[in-house]
Design a protein around this ligand. Structure first.
Ligand code: NIG
Ligand code: FE
Length: 388
């Protein structure tokens, strides 16, 4: 089956370098077998079995959300409300979601994740990673990973989110790097650790990630969110695909990141929802660091599934240019997951979103307005907005 996507107002594609976009007009593309088989001037379009009329809307590569925590139960409205009234965010809040998650059935966890995945699709996300990390006992961590694997191939074992109540640090680290990891390694692709104040030290994080790497998992990290305790050098040393949050980076961290392959993933939803100061990415990007943007969707620090919201905040507050932000939410996310998504070049999976907009700039220029009108994964429609 050949499908021609035609009548596109702006066709936006990503290049290899941060912020590199090409904006094509009067262009169309052909989808065959879920992949892009041809891109070119509309006047030269090949024959197809069916047509998707983009109605002069903007077409962008689907967003690649490289960091989400969709497997949980319960919510933390009161905690958020207190924070907005002046209390501070602490890693320990995670433990209240742990209780609710342990009590939830698989069906409940699945239903919650399914709803959030539908929201991701509605925000133009076509590929996403999901972490465990709200079970923090063997049974619930493994159940969480199993449910996550029903939605994505990018499943991350985050047993080392915090030390749960009722177990010593030493015993918990032995569990996470021993029996829990043994089972997690059969399901997850990635291993993650929350390396920060109130969570795990750099040395503990090294222990966790090294154990995961020895079992064949690929490393990624949460770090430098609450404080800079030195996690960046570990991320670069271990070749983490990505180090996420990066709220507090010093010049040495930036140099280290620029010298390695680790992507710096920014999650402005977390600064927004914890009333933290936003990082400034200008020096980071200027130094040559590869950057990504992600929702970090979770019930504590960033309960959003909206990549356009993340882009708008990234532009307004973190000083991304609009082009850099769109690149970071597509190609950057793909690099953070070590895959080749985030592009509409020939050979790419046909993951794209249509924007009811004159320009992709509306992603930041029209904050809070639901401009994503349809989302396609491998050429198949997964979302269509019926009314605005
Ligand atoms: O990425 N920082 C660590 N983990 C999550 C928040 C977890 C929570 O507060 O429930 C994050 O922001
Ligand atoms: Fe996170």
């Amino acid at each position: 089956m050949k499908t021609l996507v035609t009548n596109i107002g702006q066709l936006v594609d990503t290049g290899d370098n941060v912020g590199e976009l090409s904006i094509l007009v009067d262009h169309a593309f052909l989808v065959e077998g879920g992949f892009i088989a041809w891109v070119g001037a509309e006047a030269l379009a090949p024959d197809a079995d069916q047509v998707i009329d983009a109605k002069n809307q903007v077409c962008i590569p689907g967003f690649v959300d490289s960091h989400s925590h969709l497997i949980f139960a319960g919510a933390r409205h009161e905690e958020f409300s207190h924070r907005m009234a002046g209390s501070s965010y602490q890693a320990g809040g995670i433990r209240s979601t742990v209780q609710a998650t342990r009590s939830a059935t698989d069906a409940e966890l699945r239903a919650n994740a399914k709803k959030l995945v539908a929201e991701l699709h509605a925000s133009g996300v076509t590929h996403f990673e999901i972490k465990s990390g709200y079970g923090l006992d063997l049974e619930t961590e493994i159940r969480s990973l199993q449910v996550a694997s029903e939605f994505t191939e990018d499943v991350t074992f985050l047993g080392a989110h915090v030390v749960p109540d009722g177990i010593s640090r030493t015993d918990y680290l032995a569990l996470v790097t021993g029996p829990m990891l043994d089972q997690a390694a059969g399901i997850a692709k990635w291993i993650d650790v929350f390396c920060d104040e109130g969570a795990f030290s750099v040395e503990e994080s090294r222990q966790v990630l090294s154990a995961g790497i020895a079992k064949g998992l690929r490393p990624r990290m949460h770090s430098n969110q609450l404080k800079n305790i030195g996690g960046i050098s570990l991320a670069v040393e271990l070749g983490c695909a990505s180090v996420d949050h990066c709220t507090h980076l010093n010049p040495e961290d930036i140099k280290l990141l620029a010298s390695g392959q680790t992507v710096a993933t920014f999650v402005p939803g977390a600064e927004f929802s914890t009333r933290a100061n936003y990082p400034d990415v200008r020096e980071v990007i200027e130094a040559g660091v590869r950057v990504a943007l992600s929702t970090d969707c979770n019930p504590g620090s960033s309960f959003t599934t909206s990549m356009p919201f993340v882009i708008a905040v990234a532009v307004r507050e973190l000083h991304f240019t609009v082009d850099q932000a769109l690149w970071a939410a597509t190609k950057g996310g793909a690099l953070a997951l070590q895959n080749s998504l985030g592009s509409l070049a020939v050979g790419s999976r046909a993951d794209f979103a249509l924007l009811d907009a004159e320009s992709y700039i509306d992603l930041a220029y029209r904050p809070g307005v639901p401009i994503v009108s349809a989302t396609y994964v491998a050429g198949e429609k997964v979302f269509e907005r019926t009314s605005n």
